[in-house]
Ligand binder design. Structure first.
Ligand code: FPP
Length: 238
């Protein structure tokens, strides 16, 4: 078998299992989210150190609004605190912060801190840290379809110009490469409406480890396994 032998350029992560991690210890679910921020810090630092080009984190899905108000509020607070507290670290590590999702649906204070973080880091040339916030994969495709329809209606594009390449330009991820590796913690074998268009040929790696326990050594394991995989993109082995 021909291994690809490489470090993935773009790693995407579904950070699952925060609630279970806390409940197992008899604590409130939100304690799992708090602890999860530590994993975000460690994994971001580690990916930057390994010259991963992009790390995309599923931090808040559109479906997450269905959770109890208290939990949603805490997640928004953790996010806001992260955006403020990590500014120096982002700068020191030459990281460029970006976000995907329906950002205008987030609380205004979170939007403000996010905009500051994006603006301040826009000229950094190291790893891209992309936060998926109020994100849904189907919505992303619907939003792209609407924008294409608008562009055609305005006479700026022809129906025959719609192709996979032009469609991609209307996605939130238009400027990004597709993920090479998708990690899911917490053991569930689902994609959960994450990057539906973009993960067509992405390698999947699921671990039973819950996100608050996910550390550098687990990331190393995932990267090693990725390097062993043979990527054929639907073609045949050479
Ligand atoms: C899923 O765990 C995780 C989330 C819904 C939120 C992830 C958020 C963080 C790790 C903290 C904030 C993020 C940043 C970038 C600072 P779950 O609660 O669904 O776990 P369960 O499946 O065990 O219930």
């Amino acid at each position: 078998m021909s291994e690809n032998g490489q470090t993935p350029s773009h790693i995407a992560i579904i950070m699952d299992g925060n609630g279970r991690w806390a409940r197992k210890r008899g604590w409130a679910r939100i304690r799992g989210h708090k602890e999860g921020v530590e994993s975000v810090r460690e994994i971001t630092r580690e990916c930057a150190k390994r010259h991963v080009k992009q790390l995309t984190l599923y931090a808040f899905s559109q479906e997450n609004w269905k959770r109890p108000q208290r939990e949603v509020n805490l997640l928004m607070k953790l996010l806001k605190d992260f955006l403020i507290k990590e500014r120096d670290e982002i700068e020191e590590n030459n990281i460029r912060l970006t976000a995907i999702g329906r950002i205008s649906g987030l609380p205004e204070d979170v939007q403000r801190e996010l905009a500051i973080g994006i603006e301040e880091s826009k000229n950094n040339t190291g790893m891209i840290l992309c936060l998926a916030l109020n994100y849904g994969g189907r919505s992303e495709i619907v939003d792209a379809a609407k924008n294409i329809a608008r562009t055609i209606k305005a006479g700026e594009m022809d129906l025959n110009e719609i192709s996979e390449e032009t469609f991609k330009k209307f996605l939130y991820t238009s400027e990004m490469t597709d993920p090479d590796l998708l990690i899911r913690t917490g053991g569930e074998m689902r994609v959960s409406n994450f990057l539906l268009w973009e993960i067509s040929y992405t390698e999947l790696w699921v671990t039973p480890i819950c996100w608050p326990d996910f550390r550098k050594r687990h990331l190393e394991e995932a990267i090693k396994e990725y390097a062993r995989r043979e990527r054929r993109f639907g073609g045949l082995r050479e």
